[in-house]
Design a protein around this ligand. Sequence first.
Ligand SMILES: NC(=O)c1ccc[n+]([C@@H]2O[C@H](COP(=O)([O-])OP(=O)(O)OC[C@H]3O[C@@H](n4cnc5c(N)ncnc54)[C@H](O)[C@@H]3O)[C@@H](O)[C@H]2O)c1
Length: 678
Amino acid sequence: MAFLKILKEGIPIDPLPPQKTRDNSVPHAPVRNTHLTHDEEQLSLKNSLRYIPSHLHHALAPEFARELKNYGHIYMYRFRPDFKMQAYPITDYPAQCKEAAAIMLMIMNNLDPNVAQFPHELITYGGNGQVFSNWAQFWLVMKYLSKLTRSQTLVMMSGHPLGLFPSSPKSPRMVITNGLMVPNYSTRINYDRLFALGVTMYGQMTAGSYCYIGPQGIVHGTTLTLMNAGRKYLNLNDLSGKVYISSGLGGMSGAQAKAAVICGCIGVIAEVDECVLNKRFSQGWVDEIKEDLDDLIQLIREAKSKKIAMSIGFKGNIVDVWERIKDEYEITGELLADLGSDQTSCHNPFDGGYYPVQLTFEEANKMIATDPAKFKVLVEESLRRHVSAINLLADKGLFFWDYGNAFLLEAHRAGADVAARQEGGRLVFRYPSYVQHIMGDIFSLGFGPFRWVCASNSPDDLKRTDHIAASVLEDILEEGVPPLVEDQYKDNIKWIKEASSHKLVVGSQARILYADHKGRVRIALAFNQAIKNGLLQGPVILSRDHHDVSGTDSPFRETSNISDGSAFCADMAVQNCIGDSFRGATWVALHNGGGVGWGEVMNGGFGLILDGSEESECNARQMLSWDVLNGVARRCWSGNSNAADVIHQAMQDESRLEVTIPHDVLDECLIESSFQNV
Ligand SMILES: NC(=O)c1ccc[n+]([C@@H]2O[C@H](COP(=O)([O-])OP(=O)(O)OC[C@H]3O[C@@H](n4cnc5c(N)ncnc54)[C@H](O)[C@@H]3O)[C@@H](O)[C@H]2O)c1
């Protein structure tokens, strides 16, 4: 693509492109609350003008000031590129090295309008997951990447490219931090202020590390969650005729519709944003759209009786759906929902993450900007109604769980009856969380959402990698795996064998596959060999969700089963990122926030390019083992026996690995009695 040469040019200022305002061709982020004083507004404007040569300040300052006033942030819409934003093959980018071109590919994918939630506000998913804070940063980063050599590293601070710094071929080519704060200042209000000042941003998990691969990234996990919920709560392996109700068809939540059909059940997903709903419908991820509750109930009954696997998108508020399901139960005695959850962006409830039932979508978006205090009151009331309907249905047999979106936490804060209690210094709720309770103790076993992108952009390459990954996992299974992980292997082999038939690709040619450290390393080595032999047409970029074994410290989610009191510590996520950075990662990222919200989690991720070389082989061996096993070791130290089994086996397999193993307290009475005479 010859036009991609433009990426070398930096911010287009000569001539200035024509001014652009918001257009209706794509969904837009809600107007942000800035909480800025007048002085701070001026500081924000001054900050933004740092990207622009002084002689253009008179032309651009009023426009940027208007953006701040109108939208609560300076996005610099004028500099939004006119070319089609999408992942192009790695060979198309104007770059000095493959690593830089791989990063360019991943950035372009994260901003592709088919992939991104609010592409013009540079938001990939999760309501506020930014790739960059403004469009000037996009152009600057692309310019730096087009110059970057294998003896330089590009430093990124919350969207801002600090610059290229000399390093060595073994160093990461990019080091990213997003939203890192001095701990006492990591409050929501400071996030709003500092984002408006243009000095920090919320990178979610894979938005700000450029590793998002569309909703597919989450379909596999959601499928496993639904299957396991069926096994655990309904005692069923077959979910046909069963109904799963939830909300959200956005970045990650959109996966629910697809996963429900893959599992053979009826998925009913409410979505307030018509644009989002239509996007999933046009992608074929939602089979039917209903706007009327009577029609919805009729269709659920029909699909239930005929046991049709289908996904129904309800255009409206999830609270209306739950209250109607409750009414149906009260009138007819029929429970129309078997499984339920919620995937509104409740980690960010007062800024457009959760739409209250009392308002239309349009009214809500207006009130967020005009009367945030009243909006907050309505959100809290809506959350209480939401939980109250679910509670009644749960008493009658519905199985509900928290989907890691801070729904129960925020509902509890809003005064809803989620039966919160303190347990081991932590809040525990009436309903379980999907990570530990439903997906099982997978992180302690080293399993997590490994993923790859075929940099050739060729669907044939993706098919070949699917095939290679399936045969690697089958080989490992045949060689023998501990009984504890046998089911994991079988489920993942089934997934990867069927993956292409589910037409999951949106954006880059990517695949997700849950795997443990052994699986990840062996798959990576097999890919590298296939690139070397010419079986694959181009390099492969490995990555994972930050939501993984070692990448995330989040006391209500990924580390909710850490029982030694360290669930609120973030050493693991930070160590994980540092360790990846000197073991061969092509780029690394460390974030505050992501999933459950600003200040509630630290998480990190990486990208690793395989190009068929010996160096790639060495990087894959070293980095992928560390990337998984450091989290398993930490989980083992916290007293988890599954993790202890995995780490003992890993030490047998690799003599250089030596992990500190905890000694068991064999006499529990000793602990209490020791304090009696002190
Ligand atoms: N899918 C997963 O596996 C997973 C895992 C961890 C966390 N999460 C969490 O799930 C949440 C959703 O993630 P996302 O990327 O899809 O976010 P998103 O913002 O892209 O999508 C959420 C959607 O919910 C809709 N919505 C909000 N309030 C609603 C309401 N009351 N009724 C109906 N629809 C409503 C919004 O319009 C939006 O489209 C986030 O908090 C995320 O952290 C998901």
